[in-house]
Design a protein around this ligand. Structure first.
Ligand SMILES: [Zn+2]
Length: 240
């Protein structure tokens, strides 16, 4: 979906009540065509402390880029990300870094309590943001090279990803493996596996179909897609 101001305003109110106990002041909303970020929080900063000079809603602006045709829940996650920044900044709260301990603790808490998705931080390629994306389901794929040199992949069910991650480390016949995230509809045809069923994939398919995939890393906060989302010059190196 492509976000509109009305959509952002409606979702902002909804999440403000649901996730922030209506504690957030209402900022200005804007839509940009930016390629360099999917979402951004802008406000005037004290040049010395780096903190917001005003805590009034009007002095903050959340901008979402309309350049990325992302699934609604990913757009909402981007908005929620900016709302956490707004919570910290408009409340005059401190953090250890732009995405420091307070930010990540809140993000983790919202993900957990409201079943928001893992921290999906994707910058779509130009071609996929311009074309209609027929089905932009996110696939978390484990690509494995077996002892005999063949490649297989598995797409575990979301509820089994962590178990599968642990298991694959212990499989002797898996010589190497990597976790990747992809929106490529090519992967729609592979059933989500509860038991880690694998499918052969040719080197050509890997090159073609996984060219735009992003590496996935696991941390104690969850899964992270390793791609920068919004290097925001106004946020002092705020990079997702
Ligand atoms: Zn950020």
């Amino acid at each position: 979906m492509i976000p509109t101001i009305d959509f952002i305003a409606e979702r902002f109110d909804f999440f403000n009540k649901l996730c922030f106990c209506s504690k957030l002041p209402t900022p200005k909303f804007a839509i940009s065509n930016a390629k360099s970020y999917a979402g951004q929080l802008k406000f005037r900063k004290n040049p010395i402390t780096g903190k917001a000079v005003s805590h009034k809603g009007d002095d903050f602006k959340i901008t979402l880029s309309r350049r990325f045709d992302l699934p609604q829940e990913v757009v909402e996650d981007t908005l929620l990300h900016e709302m956490i920044h707004l919570f910290i900044e408009s409340g005059g709260r401190t953090d250890t870094a732009p995405h420091g301990r307070r930010f990540t603790a809140m993000m983790d808490d919202l993900n957990h309590r409201f079943r928001r998705h893992i921290s999906v931080r994707v910058r779509q390629t130009e071609s996929s943001s311009e074309g209609a994306v027929p089905d932009s389901r996110l696939h978390i794929i484990c690509l494995m090279r077996l002892e005999e040199g063949r490649n297989v992949l598995a797409i575990p069910a979301r509820t089994r990803i962590y178990q599968f991650m642990d298991m694959v480390e212990r499989l002797a016949r898996v010589k190497a493996h990597i976790w990747l995230a992809s929106y490529n509809p090519f992967f729609n045809k592979f059933p989500r596996s509860l038991k880690g069923k694998t499918y052969y994939i040719t080197p050509d398919e890997i090159r073609k179909e996984l060219a735009d995939a992003f590496p996935v890393k696991r941390s104690e906060l969850g899964l992270h897609i390793m791609k920068q989302l919004h290097p925001s010059p106004d946020f002092g190196g705020c990079i997702d």
